[in-house]
Write a protein that binds this ligand. Sequence first.
Ligand SMILES: Cc1cc2nc3c(=O)[nH]c(=O)nc-3n(C[C@H](O)[C@H](O)[C@H](O)COP(=O)(O)OP(=O)(O)OC[C@H]3O[C@@H](n4cnc5c(N)ncnc54)[C@H](O)[C@@H]3O)c2cc1C
Length: 468
Amino acid sequence: MKVRLGGYNIDTKTIRELAGDRYADMTPEIISASYARISRDPRDVGLLRDEARKDVEKARKSNRAIVFGLGHSSIAEHAVFNFDVMGISRLAVESVEHFRLASFTEKSQRYIRLGRDFVVPEEISKAGMKRDFKGLMRELSDAYQIVYESIRALGAEDETAKEDARYLMPLATTAQFGMTVNARELEYMISRLASHPLAELREFASRLYGVAGRIAPSLVKYPDPTEYFKAVPSVRNEIREIAGNKKSSPGGDGPSAILVDVTPDPDTRLAAALIFASTDMGHSESMRRAAKIGKRRRTDLIASTMKTMKPHDSVWREFENVRLLYEVIVSSSCFAQLKRHRMATIITQDYLPSLGISIPDSVRKAGQVGLLREVASTSGRVYRKISSRVEKARDYALLNAHRRRVLFEINLRELYHFSRLRSDIHAQWEIRQLSDMMCDLAAEMIPSGSILLCGKDSFDQRKKDLFG
Ligand SMILES: Cc1cc2nc3c(=O)[nH]c(=O)nc-3n(C[C@H](O)[C@H](O)[C@H](O)COP(=O)(O)OP(=O)(O)OC[C@H]3O[C@@H](n4cnc5c(N)ncnc54)[C@H](O)[C@@H]3O)c2cc1C
């Protein structure tokens, strides 16, 4: 066996320093080109890479032929980029982090005290609403500072004050994030965002292409908006017309969750998957055995996979055979965290001011619910005004406290991972409440499969209760 390092990502400054005059030739296309030839050329991949390095244009030609000509698209996944992104709104970040095959690390509004940095969207300036919008932004950041100070005055930690005062901040607040993405996903991201109704996202797509199209033209080849993606808003309107629409009634002031659907007979399905993988029986026979052994032995069978488990271990892949579909209502603050779970299928509605706002306990204790409601109401007025002129840009005026409905589909294996992080004591309060609700609902329907569904902090105790 031989394992050799073929390449790895290093920062651009170092590449520039090392490459000198050859900087323009530095491209991850070399890696893709050499791997692309592995399937048809018996020579050592190191030699294939040397060839690609010697003649970059030839390597590009080969990439184009293999990735786009033959449709062997996964070749483009071997080229990876890191992007520093600054000065983009939180609202736009939601659409960027929609892409599941990329990695993100974002400035946390939980750990950083916010100032007056926000985006003024092109649509709002063009609609002559800049003054209203900036007035709202000023009002919100003043209110944020007041609420932050009031929570601190109660003796709360700085982190709690920042974590909860941010519920008053708008979705136009600027963010900063690092993104690592391969060329295949990047091309898809660019094309989709270039077709987006918001100018900010179209600009983002164009900036991404400005960089990636220069460095890896053979792998990011179709960056243009498409009629298919551009049609999405009008198709949604058609769907609304066909289905009709009904005003939503306000929820409470915290998160809520309903378990809409779950794999039928989930414990048996899970036990059957474990039997299937551990024996020579087909799936039907495994189902019959799983049903026949009864509830207690099914629980023992499932529990046996967890005997040596530690809080950071994931449950076995067989748990993925059980799927759960939740309908949840969460604030934008909570959604910012929820959307980061890339193994889930997340379908969102628009933010609906009629769903009310989420109210942190500390804001209540600090006597600032009135101020939160007041700024939410101003934000609602500006939202409606923007909506009447340029509907697509209205969400910039909403707060982190505003809410939306989300369909969240997740398999049981990923729900374990989710609960470890989000039902844990270190998790932010709203997503912790949500995670606890989701786990309780799962436990009702999947009593055996959910035996160790809990946060990292309660794992040891739960395991002790289970195994002694
Ligand atoms: C206490 C806490 C604080 C946080 N603070 C911040 C913060 O300040 N800034 C910030 O940006 N985020 C923050 N996060 C979010 C965090 O970084 C994750 O994005 C989020 O928890 C989702 O977890 P995940 O990536 O493990 O899950 P998922 O995306 O649901 O993935 C599930 C699992 O699949 C695997 N997986 C998925 N994608 C990949 C991949 N590309 N490569 C390898 N394995 C993969 C991993 O095993 C992963 O655990 C915080 C999270 C917590 C719990």
